[in-house]
Design a protein around this ligand. Sequence first.
Ligand SMILES: [Zn+2]
Length: 84
Amino acid sequence: MDYKIETYEAFDDHIDETEPEVRVWGVTWSPSVAFERIDPIGYRVAMSDWLSHMEVAEQYCPDCDLFLWDACACDSPTQRGDAQ
Ligand SMILES: [Zn+2]
């Protein structure tokens, strides 16, 4: 599936904050760019895993494709576990 550009940017920021730069022959690339270009399928799988983790941590809403530090348009954050 495709995500909002902001979702890709959040994943890229996460990679760039947690992985070292890729350096070859004096040329450097950000790890997010290197990952996505060298192994685009692996990148997608890793992003999906990360979003699942963020959803469990209640920081991402897959229905809205939004992180909860932005405005989530549905009620999912308030529906966890306490339904009557
Ligand atoms: Zn939502």
